[in-house]
Design a protein around this ligand. Structure first.
Ligand code: CP
Length: 295
């Protein structure tokens, strides 16, 4: 299958093959290798994005793909056209693959069953964000060589996080141990059977400390009293970062709320790989686009 809807249902071998191919693309010094210049792709973001949108476009352009960017706000979606009719319309014009980000969870699978071109999930609700998890794994693999035996703590708003889910499915397939740490209001109880919830002190002992964004746009749900209190209890403060063991790395999918879930000074400290993760998004998405489009 050339689509990439999530990592829960793809094999370990398939994940490794994408990561290996991403390493190949990262090793290429030539920026433009237009091997897919006869292919057309459309990026459809029904929810805002900076990193995913632009690294997909960068990846596509580096491979020579003819890229079209769909903006929901400037489209007939504003007149009430459905997501299915929108994607079907672009497919009927001859587009070869679609990258899609959707606000709701659970509609992408159904959409993919009705569409013939490969679809790549760029994040759907709190369900999955497979290319983010692939670039996370890619980053960990570069540091540690292999993922088997690593302990990865994912800290913060697990409930609303598609990254927490995609990383869990993929890391477990590759033999890493995932643990979560979250305030009760941000926990996802249905994931407890897959990964334990641990205290902040325990979480900080891991090989990888992955902080998640506090989704401030959901604060009206009363998830936490104040950002200052969140930082105090669950933030990666300078003091906590200084207590990590020598080999531990810090990650965050970004966007980052500086001085909420992670202190300003920690974002770009030596052991933080946050901007490296973003850089790795390009070769990983090149591998995913190639998988979707190559003849
Ligand atoms: N990490 C991530 O998905 O960022 P964007 O929402 O900016 O794409």
């Amino acid at each position: 299958d050339r689509s990439l809807l999530g990592l829960k249902d793809i094999s370990r071998e398939e994940i490794l093959s994408i990561l290996d191919r991403a390493a190949y693309w990262e090793s290429q010094s030539e920026k433009l290798v237009p091997v897919l210049n006869r292919k057309f792709a459309v990026n459809m973001f029904f929810e805002n994005s900076t990193r995913t949108r632009f690294s997909f476009e960068m990846a596509q352009k580096r491979l020579g793909v003819q890229v079209m960017n769909f903006s929901a706000a400037a489209s007939s979606v504003e007149k009430g056209e459905s997501i299915y009719d929108t994607v079907r319309t672009l497919e009927s014009m001859g587009v070869d693959a679609g990258v899609i980000r959707l606000k709701p969870s659970g509609v992408l699978q159904e959409l993919a069953e009705r569409i013939n071109i490969p679809l790549i999930n760029a994040g759907d609700g709190n369900n999955e964000h497979p290319t983010q998890a692939l670039l996370d794994l890619y980053t960990m693999r570069k540091v540690f060589g292999e993922l088997k035996g690593l302990t990865v703590s994912i800290i913060g708003d697990i409930k609303h996080s598609r990254v927490a889910r995609s990383d869990l499915w993929a890391l477990q397939k590759l033999g890493a141990k995932v643990q979560y740490c979250a305030p009760p209001s941000m926990a996802a109880p249905e994931l407890a059977e897959h990964a334990p919830y641990v205290s902040m002190d325990e979480a900080l002992k891991a090989d990888v400390v992955m902080m998640l964004r506090v989704q401030l746009e959901r604060h009206n749900e009363g998830l936490f009293k104040s950002t200052a209190e969140y930082r105090e209890q669950y933030g990666l403060t300078e003091k906590r970062a200084a207590s990590l063991s020598g080999h531990t790395i810090i990650m965050h999918p970004a966007p980052v709320n500086r001085n909420v879930e992670i202190d300003d000074a920690v974002v770009e400290c030596e052991r933080s790989l946050i901007f490296k993760q973003m850089a790795h998004g390009v070769p990983v998405r090149m591998a995913v686009m190639e998988r979707a489009l190559k003849d």
